[in-house]
Design a protein around this ligand. Structure first.
Ligand code: ARG
Length: 578
């Protein structure tokens, strides 16, 4: 995993044009090269890049427009022309050079285009998905899975070693309740064939009956104590069985989403490390006893931050204790450069507290830990809650998306072969893309119509653009290829904005990984496809002029690669036909 290291090709890419511009400006002005900030002009008809001269005014004691004039007179940049416009110098890359550099690089790198080796030697640990055993993996965990897997792929393409860990919720007092429910009513449900639904039913029943039957809570509390004691008795064996059944169910979903983990380590995995974790924290001198419990006060770290509870009065540990154990374990094992926790925004305080404990311990690696939080996924009907059993099951959600995609395909393209396979790709892809479309902190409202539309800002729209390019290439291959047809990059003049966008892709990948923000990729793809589709409507690809056709086909090939790489990073399939 993560072995995508690659050499930079000798061909210039967008970055190299920018570097040339910055080098020349630095030489002319005496600025250091990294002080030279080059922007995109607001109006792209003015040029591809712009250098604002304002920051130089003080240093040179001249008005910015005069500086721009002088600068232009002295600049000579290979394949780039410069023009003064008021306080700006605008730069324009020679069109043929632009097309050649972008398309040759894409062609050379193919499926690796967008990646680099800048993360080589670095490790990123990604805590993702992390559903709770014996509860259905509901749509909230879907978001963590989808966002986490996208970050995993993005980092991999940048050469990082990625360690994806599924921090399954398989511990806590609710397991005492569940074991109790299984003992009492286990034979009223189809545990083996329908584990998740059955466990949910038991969970709901437990909470309904707990109010009228006090013996339930007593039994549940004893069961959890037995579990925590490590005793290899009936309780532990029921617990273990439930865990296995649930994991099998979760795996079906991961399979459909194409998601893999390096480790599935539930909270229970860290049980043996709890004592040493508490000791480690205690030894740093920051713990206090408070009403019989062991806590770390965090007031001084953040305004009014509540304390982190390490051990309750009865000696049992908490979610936070187990998370701290996991964190130390991961640090000791992987010495990570980044540790990303892809968990909903409602746990913001929890992760701030974890980081605050490390801060109080004086651990300098605390900033490497980042809570990659995200908003809720809501159905138009409202919020989802496990307690009352109002969940929608993930497999049902995916099935519904696929069925709907199947129906749309039958309507739009009745002759499509492999229609079932394509429907799975489009249905699942639509759900995934929808989830990654907006900035992750925003809530997502799941409107079926919006998710599956073939037009507008949707996964199927991007997939369809890809299939369209594939279809042009198929048609071109059917025509007898003419050996005299040469690509002439100068003929792609009108596609310059599109080519610039394609050339920016590596930068987009880098920024998406850095910010932990896959929506950067989805937004990029939507814009690329919009631009591509309007280019394609105005410029017939398969025409009479052989050289023009060959040149436009080169662009189509490049665009298809960029779209398919972008979709792959997101975890969305790119069908050749749909
Ligand atoms: N199982 C938890 C939940 O569903 C999420 C765990 C996230 N990961 C972590 N290391 N705390 O709320």
């Amino acid at each position: 995993m993560g072995e995508l290291g690659l050499k930079r090709p000798a061909e210039p890419d967008m970055q190299e044009f920018i570097e040339r511009i910055r080098r020349a400006i630095a030489l002319e002005t005496g600025l250091a090269q990294d002080e030279v900030k080059v922007e995109h002009p607001r109006d792209s008809s003015l040029g591809d890049f712009a250098f604002p001269c304002f920051p130089l005014a003080k240093k040179l004691r001249k008005a910015p427009p005069a500086i721009a004039q002088d600068l232009v007179a002295g600049l000579a940049i290979e394949e780039v022309s410069a023009e003064a416009a008021g306080p700006y110098v605008n730069f324009r890359i020679d069109r043929a050079a632009l097309a050649r550099s972008v398309l040759e690089r894409i062609e050379a790198e193919g499926a690796r285009y967008g990646g680099s080796d800048e993360g080589a030697g670095k490790t990123v640990v990604i805590d993702m998905s992390s559903p709770n055993i014996a509860k259905p993996m509901h749509v909230g965990h879907l978001r963590s899975t989808i966002i986490g897997a996208a970050l995993q792929r993005l980092h991999e393409s940048l050469g990082y070693r990625t360690v994806a860990i599924n921090h399954i919720g398989d511990w806590g007092s609710q397991f005492g309740k569940l074991v109790t429910a299984v003992r009492r009513w286990g034979d009223t449900v189809e545990l083996e064939s329908e584990p998740i639904r059955s466990l949910l039913a038991l969970y709901v029943r437990y909470h309904e009956e707990e109010e009228s039957d006090p013996t339930l809570a007593e039994e549940a509390s004893l069961a959890f104590q037995e579990l925590e004691s490590g005793e290899e008795g009936e309780v532990r064996s029921i617990w273990r069985h439930l865990t296995e059944l649930s994991l099998e169910e979760f795996d079906k979903i991961y399979g459909r989403l194409g998601v893999t983990f390096d480790y599935v380590r539930g909270e229970a995995f860290y049980e043996p490390y709890l004592d040493q974790t508490v000791e480690r924290i205690r030894a740093s001198g920051i713990t206090e006893e408070s009403q019989g419990a062991l806590i770390v006060s965090l007031e001084e770290v953040g305004d009014n931050m509540p304390p982190c509870l390490l051990r309750k009065t009865d000696g049992t540990t908490l979610y936070a204790t187990r998370d701290l154990a996991a964190l130390f374990h991961r640090w000791d094992e992987f010495a990570f450069d980044r540790a990303l926790y892809v968990v909903g925004s409602e746990q913001r305080l929890h992760f701030r507290q974890l980081k605050a404990v490390l801060t109080r311990m004086g651990l300098e690696w605390e900033p490497r830990i980042q809570h990659v939080d995200f908003g809720m996924l809501r159905l138009p009907e409202g919020k989802l809650s496990t307690r009352k059993g109002q969940v929608i099951f993930l497999d049902e959600l995916l099935d519904k998306a696929v069925a709907e995609a199947r129906r749309i395909i039958a309507e739009k393209n009745p002759d499509l072969g492999e229609a079932d396979e394509v429907a799975e790709q489009v249905g699942v892809g639509a759900v995934v893309f929808h989830d990654l479309k907006k900035e992750r902190v925003k809530d997502v409202v799941f409107e079926w119509k919006e998710v599956l539309s073939f037009e507008g800002e949707t996964g199927p729209y991007v997939q369809y653009s890809h299939a369209r390019m594939a279809s042009i290439l198929r048609k071109a291959a059917e025509r007898a290829p003419d050996p005299a047809a040469r690509v002439d990059y100068a003929l792609l003049e009108e596609a310059a904005p599109l080519l610039i966008r394609m050339g920016r892709f590596p930068q987009v990948v880098r920024s998406a990984a850095e910010e932990g923000e896959p929506s950067t990729i989805s937004q990029y793809l939507l814009e690329l496809c919009r631009e591509l589709n309007s280019w394609y409507v105005q410029n017939k690809v398969l025409g009479e002029d052989l050289s023009l056709t060959a040149s436009r086909l080169a662009l189509v090939r490049g665009a298809k690669i960029v779209i398919s790489n972008g979709l792959r990073f997101l975890g969305v399939a790119a069908p050749e036909e749909m």
